[in-house]
Write a protein that binds this ligand. Structure first.
Ligand code: 4GX
Length: 249
């Protein structure tokens, strides 16, 4: 029996999130009940008539701070059972998202709740007492946590059974097993004088497999050598790697 993966998002821009989830593969995943995303407007959980979600920082300084109460109220109201939720805050201070974390979250049984902040900060009491996890999608500063939440939902969803039409494509590419992807070609065979490597037209599947492996190793060595430090090479890969290093030296 296949279990539907559940996500929740708390944001002051629900339309932004809905727009992305209403397209393409995630749209179909939602229609097919493979995933469900509950989108909640943070302002619905403010307690004043202006629906305020931010305020001035204690101690002074520039920028606004998001109030704790709307976040606490939204989570406690929508996901009251602690054991059934994993509350994730998106922020540059979190652990940096990766394919490994995507895999970990895809196996998580609890509902994944994303708290999306805007402005300069969220009141520290949210970090201390409401969240279970803090994730960053990379070392740059965004205007809000909505894109990071969508990035994570996207990367996690495509790992779930049946979300991608082709069951092989989820894991057979860059990062899924630690090397960069090999070059791909499609028709026409000649485009503006640019051809396709002969081996791909040869029909020799063993040669094609080896060529692709070589190209993956070469691209990884040239563009992301640090990835090779954590990747355990097979005997065949070690041999191919020696050849590549000889050629380029
Ligand atoms: N990967 N930002 C969140 C507001 C904020 C500040 C402090 C919580 C605590 C980002 C990133 C990111 C900018 C989103 C600040 N929220 N989030 N926002 N990079 O830069 O995740």
């Amino acid at each position: 029996m296949i279990m539907r993966k559940k996500f929740g998002i708390v944001t002051i821009f629900p339309d932004m999130v809905r727009a992305y989830l209403g397209c393409s593969i995630l749209k179909r995943a939602i229609e097919n009940n493979l995933i469900a995303v509950a989108i909640h407007n943070l302002r619905d959980y403010s307690t004043d008539k202006h629906r305020t979600v931010d305020d001035y920082p204690y101690g002074g300084g520039p920028g606004m701070v998001m109030k704790p109460e709307p976040f606490f109220r939204s989570v406690e109201d929508q996901w009251p059972i602690r054991e059934n939720r994993r509350v994730i805050m998106l922020s540059p201070r979190g652990r940096v998202f990766s394919q490994e974390i995507a895999r970990e979250l895809s196996r998580e049984k609890r509902e994944l709740i994303f708290l999306c902040g805007r402005y300069e900060a969220i009141d520290e009491r949210v970090r201390e007492h409401l969240i279970d996890d803090e994730i960053s999608i990379g070392d740059y500063v965004l205007t809000g946590g909505e894109l990071p939440a969508l990035v994570i939902i996207d990367a996690v969803s495509r790992l779930l059974p049946d979300v991608l039409g082709d069951s092989r494509s989820a894991e057979d590419e860059s990062f899924s097993y630690g090397l960069l992807d090999y070059p791909h070609y499609t028709r026409p065979e000649m485009f503006r004088g640019m051809g396709v490597p002969n081996v791909l037209l040869s029909g020799n599947h063993e040669e094609i497999r080896k060529w692709r492996k070589r190209q993956s190793l070469k691209a990884t060595l040239q563009k992301r050598p640090e990835l090779l430090a954590i990747y355990a090479l097979s005997d065949e890969e070690k041999l191919l790697m020696e050849q590549i290093k000889e050629e380029t030296s």
